[in-house]
Write a new protein. Structure first.
Ligand code: MLT
Ligand code: MN
Ligand code: ZN
Length: 305
């Protein structure tokens, strides 16, 4: 058995975002909108045991752990259920939580691609900083489609799937993409063979990624923006969703069209930006998703694979 727990379902900034008074952030803050607050992007996985793999380490990790008692099994005076951390990219919303885990008793096992580890050794020198605390025990993820496990979780086979999205704005790779800047994660229950695919940043559906999506029983994918020009329309950014490495949900070639082609039993959107109308429970866009059998992840959601 594999359990996937959504720790944080919002994109960078969270929902509400601290400095935002858009209709959604203001409405959820004041309770005038039917919507639920969400923390920043992360999930956790476990097999039949008590240990978990953290996938991405959000700046909100401490709050997420308080909301998820199962990740603190309390087997000894200092303990954690986090056996290791797998990173999908080096974005601030996916790696900053490593700093909050600095009290770990041993070097914290971290699994990431060479491109991501390079950013974390240079442009955002987390590995160097944390060497003065718990230290990171880094494992470079090969991009050869070979499965790996994070001990002691041997019931969950993981595979890094390189995909097109964007390296962080601070990265030298932002405008010079490297294979491995962004990955998705194939998650396979070793006992049943049931399969999930997690990709919180997905800029383009390459044939290889479509194949991956088609073979998954559960897909948990990029739901950042409803429209490609959503941030521009609100005057919040000059960037489109595509500029940021995120495929918009609506429109021709959008994520909804892609999901419509999949046989997956569960199609779930995650990494949702606070500007996205699907965060409003009674919005027409949320209704349209329901018509397409598409779910919206929320913090605390658990999926059994
Ligand atoms: C993204 O997914 O585009 C980034 O997380 C944005 C950010 O870090 O602000
Ligand atoms: Mn993000
Ligand atoms: Zn907002």
């Amino acid at each position: 058995m594999t359990i996937l727990r959504v720790l944080g379902s919002a994109a960078g900034g969270g929902f509400p975002q601290w400095n935002c008074n858009c209709r959604h952030c203001d409405g959820v803050r004041n309770g005038t909108l039917r919507a639920t607050p969400r923390t920043q992007s992360s999930i956790a996985l476990r097999d039949a045991g008590q240990d978990w793999v953290l996938v991405n380490a959000s700046p909100d990790i401490l709050e997420q752990l308080r909301q998820s008692p199962a990740l603190q099994p309390a087997r000894q005076p200092r303990d954690t259920g986090i056996a290791g951390v797998v990173l999908m990219d080096a974005q601030i919303d996916h790696v900053t939580g490593l700093l909050m885990l600095r009290e770990h008793r041993q070097a914290l096992p971290v699994y990431a691609t060479a491109a991501v580890l390079q950013d974390l050794a240079t442009a955002f020198p987390l590995t160097r900083m944390l060497s003065h605390y718990c230290g990171l025990d880094t494992h470079t993820l090969a991009l050869d489609d070979a499965p790996f496990t994070v001990p002691p979780l041997h019931g969950v086979m993981l595979t890094a799937v390189p995909l097109e999205s964007k390296a962080p704005p601070y990265s030298p790779n932002r405008n010079a993409p490297q294979r491995g800047d962004n990955i998705g994660l194939r998650i396979v229950d070793a006992a049943t063979g049931r399969r999930a695919f997690y990709a919180p940043g997905l800029g383009r559906i390459e044939p290889r990624v479509l194949d991956e999506l088609q073979r998954a029983d559960v897909v948990l994918v990029d739901g950042t923006c409803w429209r490609d020009d959503e941030m521009q329309q609100l005057g919040f950014s000059a960037k489109t969703a595509a500029d940021m490495g995120h495929l918009a949900l609506s429109g021709p070639g959008g994520m909804i069209e892609t999901l419509d082609r999949l046989p997956a039993a569960r199609k779930i959107l995650i990494h949702i930006n606070n500007t996205n109308p699907i965060l409003v429970d009674d919005s027409p866009q949320r209704g349209l998703l329901a018509d397409h059998g598409i779910e919206v992840a929320y913090d605390g959601m658990e999926i059994t694979l």
